[in-house]
Design a protein around this ligand. Structure first.
Ligand SMILES: NC(=O)c1ccc[n+]([C@@H]2O[C@H](COP(=O)([O-])OP(=O)(O)OC[C@H]3O[C@@H](n4cnc5c(N)ncnc54)[C@H](O)[C@@H]3O)[C@@H](O)[C@H]2O)c1
Length: 277
């Protein structure tokens, strides 16, 4: 069911690679809710992924931009303004760690890769918001959302330097949310999403076991990509105008769980003192 929540709203959606991407689901739902938007990704992701299919289905233009490159971002925001005038929403759905890709553990990371992780997954959020503000590209009460993960607060085996990137990403949302809210009434939030089977998600060591664990531990079960898109739409809508500077958990309750009855029973059955990781 659609509610016309984004009727007449204009935006930019970063990060749709293929039909598993969270950004893909957000684009489909934003379209169904009445929005118009530009889709963007890196030139290589546009070439290797299937964003053109999404663009066709959503009647959206694709403008390539590497979100770590301030010139690319400036060009993207300028073109979006020319096309739409001011914007109402922006989704930052970007994450990548070369250390995770190369399977280098956290205590043996490559520092050039570490810089890249932080630049792609967190500083890019700062760069995008800074450019939107510089070009005065957002309408009052506009909404900027990035996607995060609970590893920003808690240690989860295998998440590696992406945990540090997510902590920084959430901090950028608070710091910029204060400035942009105070000066232009623009909202900035992060959604902390359940583990989700996407291209980025599959790169995390032990993702299947992790997804099973969080699903069983959460009273409502894991949130999937479609449900994440629904939450994003509420944050882009006028129904959440006073929500800003927040990290909002969208995880079926996982982040507030300590121990469940099921997990305790399983733990008692399978305790193995040789496991130290
Ligand atoms: N999948 C999960 O388990 C999960 C859980 C919580 C949060 N998230 C976050 O959701 C967001 C979207 O990831 P996803 O799971 O949909 O995976 P995905 O692989 O579909 O999306 C990641 C996107 O980042 C883009 N990207 C990488 N480098 C970029 C750059 N330099 N400039 C612009 N774009 C770049 C990729 O092209 C890709 O489209 C990420 O921030 C991710 O960390 C994912």
């Amino acid at each position: 069911m659609n509610y016309n929540l984004l009727k007449g709203k204009k935006g930019i959606i970063f990060g749709a690679l293929n039909d598993m991407s969270i950004a893909w689901k957000v684009a489909k739902l934003a379209k169904a809710e009445g929005a118009e938007f530009i889709l963007t990704n890196t030139p290589v992701s546009i070439r290797l992924g299937t964003i053109d299919q999404l663009a066709k289905a959503c009647n959206a233009e694709v403008i390539p931009a590497d979100a770590t490159d301030t010139k690319d971002i400036a060009n993207l925001v300028t073109q979006a303004k020319e096309k739409f005038g001011k914007l109402d929403f922006v989704l930052h759905s970007i994450g990548m760690s070369p250390n995770v890709r190369k399977k280098l553990p956290y205590d043996k990371v490559n520092y050039d890769f570490y810089h890249k992780t932080l630049d792609i997954s967190a500083l890019s959020f700062h760069k995008v918001i800074a450019e939107l503000k510089k070009q005065d590209a957002m309408n009052e009460w506009g909404s900027i959302v990035a996607l995060s993960y609970v590893a920003a607060q808690r240690t989860l085996y295998g998440y590696n330097d992406m945990a540090d990137a997510k902590a920084l990403l959430e901090s950028v949302a608070r710091s910029f949310g204060y400035i942009y809210g105070r000066e232009k009434k623009v909202r900035v939030n992060t959604i902390s999403q359940s583990p989700t089977l996407t291209t980025a998600g599959s790169g995390v060591k032990g993702i299947d076991g992790l997804m099973d664990f969080t699903d069983r531990m959460s009273p409502l079960g894991n949130a999937n990509a479609e449900e994440c898109a629904q939450y994003c739409i509420t944050l882009f809508s006028d129904l959440t105008k006073k929500v800003t500077m927040q990290n909002l958990y969208h995880d079926g309750g996982f982040s507030n769980m300590g121990m469940s009855y099921k997990a305790m029973s399983q733990y008692n059955k399978s305790f193995d003192k040789n496991i130290t990781d």
